[in-house]
Design a protein around this ligand. Structure first.
Ligand code: BGC
Length: 750
């Protein structure tokens, strides 16, 4: 039975019923209230495929779900930098969810990859919040267009697995606003997800699930979120407190309905808050029922093909000394070494684990490419358990010796990275590095294909290779995508969403990861990822935004056009090679002169362009005010300072091809002056400065500031006005109050 509109139903529900509706019925369903026409809906992981547990299956069992298409996890999909593709994958995911009667798909995960060690980086898009936000928004739009709710997670500052359920993240507000929140903010404001999932961790002492500032003031009041907030599974410690903070649905089924009722009865929890939580659940049910086409069967073959396309765009060609693409006519002279070619690692471990509808291995794809005869030139080379096996190495070396070219599949076996724990280093397993050494010693023509969720160090061994194709975790069709890329049937177009460091110890969070004694301090502040490496000009193995192609691109004709509400950045990209290929031009903004410490530049726009040989295309990217702003902790708002900004257009954060300067008038909002504002802040203020000057000039002789010794003036510049009142004759607390009030009255409101 369809339920009535939500506002009609809530007043008729008992307190006990309302309390019951704010937690799950079981692990994956919400509570039904048949007497009020309220149906139960199903929630399921996410994010790169459906993990719908079969009826009767155990809740946690990770291998027991209904088969579904496994698309590339975010580490791969994000590397496509292809918004349209991600939206299409979202539509396919929504279609599969709907066909299975699932109303909420638990994704996307848009936490920032703060450290390469985080075991769950494979589920997140990037070290950059703008990129994560734009890509995550496309995913949400796609899924929700099918009438399936997204659940934007894990809100917020969930950037490690170590101690994830207790860790207290100590982070300043500017860092939150500029790095850890903007992906959520962009998705909420541009794609309106119907649900958000709070994280397990604490933020500055308060659990996310009980954090009113986060769940209500920021999420709803600042960003206008109008959906339902649910908890991560088990994130709630105190249901009344969570409800009061703005958390509507505690998942999974939790005890404590009586506690909620008692809290209302004692006045500890406002009944209106409980009603609102129930209303939000009913709105969610409405939205999922009323949007999208009726459920239809998902086309497994078409979705497999889409997974292959997505995988093709996800791989990043890092190195190519002329070896790739291989020639299909030379197929018989190619050896394939490495267990990953036969047993692909195509997804990460944990709650996102999908039972795929089928899996293409590279060996299968080579068999198909070779006309169907089983691919014989394969040697596994190593064991996944990390133990050395001289026989496997000898077999691989013998095969490499008698082959013209070797494709060597290396990577991180399943046990090396997962939800639930972090890595402690970024090295490939020693048994694989030993194999690489042995194989490259007998055959110099080696292309390495990598399978890994978190980045791995390449600097110690990459010179021994002629090519490196970073294959991440590519979903169920990764094997055929890799083979198509190796043989030039497709042109690599993925770009790094995370800097690959030379050494782990170069990474910004190195001294503050994963914290100790239940506390992690985000000491590197806003300097995460390339913001750190590029600001400090540190050597990197491969920079953010980097990726090679089999063709070449040229950039030209940068034009900056200020419009009323944006800066339009226009330029042209040409494919100067002889094959079709896709380029990802990136726009970085640099604040040339700032009163606060800022990263050297930040990504604020990008495009992905597929260009035929010889084709060129003009691109326009709009930069709004936010592209120039920093978060002022003192003013508690975004501030755009007047002055020059350099607009950099490039093929990576380290490969800037075009640059131009834009003189920003600033946002025109005057800083707030108080008695504790310093003398220099007063003088710099267009209203406060002249007023203060006038007040000082009319004081007794000692107060004539313009005649003061310059050294004394410099010493006094940082002194708050109130403090100065004690030293300067003619100044007084009353005069300071009067000045503050006059400035406030004369300052136009933003
Ligand atoms: C994970 C979430 C997931 C949930 C349900 C949690 O442990 O952190 O991402 O959606 O479990 O499986």
């Amino acid at each position: 039975m369809a339920h009535q509109t939500h506002s009609d139903v809530v007043p008729g529900l008992s307190r006990a019923r309302k309390a019951a509706l704010t937690t799950g019925a079981d692990f994956w369903h919400t509570v039904a209230a048949p007497e009020a026409g309220i149906a139960s809906i199903m929630l399921t992981d996410g994010p790169h495929g459906l993990r719908k547990q079969s009826e009767g299956g155990d809740a946690l069992g990770l291998g027991d779900s209904v088969p579904a298409t496994c698309f590339p996890p975010a580490v791969g999909l994000g590397s496509s930098w292809n918004v349209g593709l991600i939206r299409t994958v979202g539509i396919a995911l929504g279609t599969e969810a709907r066909a299975q009667g699932v109303s909420v798909l638990l994704g996307p995960g848009v936490n920032i990859r703060r450290s390469p060690l985080c075991g769950r980086n494979f589920e997140y898009y990037s070290e950059d919040p703008y990129l994560a936000g734009v890509l995550g928004a496309a995913w949400v739009q796609g899924v929700q267009s099918r009438g399936v709710a997204a659940s934007l997670k894990h809100f917020a500052a969930n950037n490690q697995e170590t101690d994830r359920m207790r860790i207290d993240v100590r982070v300043d507000e500017r860092t939150l606003r500029e790095i850890y929140l903007p992906a959520f903010e962009r998705i909420v404001t541009t794609a309106a997800p119907w649900t958000v999932m709070c994280s397990y961790n604490r933020i500055n002492g308060t659990y996310a699930s009980e954090n009113r500032w986060l769940l209500t003031e920021v999420l709803r009041d600042d960003w206008g979120f109008d959906g339902l907030v649910m908890s991560d599974w088990g994130a709630v410690n105190d249901r009344p407190r969570a409800l009061a903070a703005g958390l509507d649905l505690t998942m999974p089924a939790a005890a404590g309905d009586e506690r909620v009722v008692a809290a209302v009865e004692s006045g500890e929890l406002d009944e209106a808050t409980l009603d609102e939580a129930v209303r939000r659940l009913l709105t969610l049910i409405d939205r999922t029922e009323r949007t999208g086409e009726p459920p239809s069967d998902a086309d497994a073959d078409a979705h497999h093909d889409l997974a292959a396309l997505a995988a093709t765009e996800s791989a990043v060609l890092l190195r190519n000394e002329g070896l790739l693409p291989l020639d299909v006519t030379d197929l018989d002279s190619v050896a394939v070494i490495g267990e990953f070619a036969r047993t692909p690692r195509f997804q990460g471990s944990g709650s996102s684990q999908v039972v795929p509808t089928r899996v293409d291995s590279a060996v299968d794809a080579l068999t198909a490419l070779g006309g169907g005869t089983a691919w014989a030139r394969f040697a596994p080379g190593f064991r996944f358990d990390g133990t050395a096996d001289p026989d496997l190495v000898a077999e691989a070396v013998a095969l490499a010796e008698k082959s013209r070219t070797v494709v060597l599949f290396l990577g991180l076996p399943t046990e090396f990275e997962s939800e639930g724990f972090d890595r402690t280093d970024i090295d490939l397993p020693a048994n694989q590095l030993a194999l690489l050494e042995a194989v490259t010693a007998v055959n110099p023509r080696v292309a390495v294909v990598l399978s890994n969720g978190g980045v791995v160090a390449l600097s110690g061994w990459q010179d021994r290779t002629q090519a490196i194709l970073e294959g991440w975790l590519l979903g169920q069709a990764g094997g055929s995508a890799i083979v198509n890329l190796l043989f030039g049937l497709a042109n690599p177009s993925g770009r790094l969403t995370e800097t690959i460091p030379v050494r782990l110890s170069d990474t910004p969070s190195h001294l503050n990861f994963p914290g100790a004694d239940g506390v992690v301090v985000y000491g590197e502040r806003i300097h995460v990822g390339y913001r750190w490496f590029d600001t400090l000009d540190l050597p990197v193995a491969y920079p953010f935004g980097f990726g090679l192609s089999y063709t070449t691109f040229e950039y030209s004709d940068l034009v900056l056009t200020p419009t009323e509400d944006a800066l339009e950045v226009t330029f042209t990209v040409a494919n100067t090679g002889d094959r079709a290929g896709a380029e990802v031009p990136q726009v970085y903004v640099r604040d040339v002169e700032s009163t606060v410490d800022r990263p050297v530049h930040e990504l604020k726009g990008f495009a992905k362009l597929l260009l035929a040989p010889g084709e060129s295309r003009m691109v326009t990217i709009r930069l709004d005010d936010r592209a120039f702003a920093y978060w002022s902790s003192r003013e508690r708002r975004w501030v755009v300072e007047a002055g020059d900004f350099e607009i950099r257009v490039g093929a990576s954060s380290r490969d800037i091809r075009l640059a131009g300067t834009f003189a920003s008038p600033g946002d025109g909002v005057l800083p707030t002056l108080t008695g504790m504002s310093s003398l220099s802040e007063w003088f710099a203020h267009p209203i406060g400065g002249p007023l203060l000057m006038q007040a000082l000039a009319s004081g007794t002789d000692g107060a004539r500031f313009d005649t003061v010794d310059p050294l004394v003036a410099k010493m006094a510049a940082g002194t708050p006005l109130t403090k100065l009142a004690a030293f300067v004759p003619g100044m007084s607390g009353d005069l300071v109050d009067e000045l503050v009030e006059t400035v406030r009255a004369r300052t136009p409101r933003p």
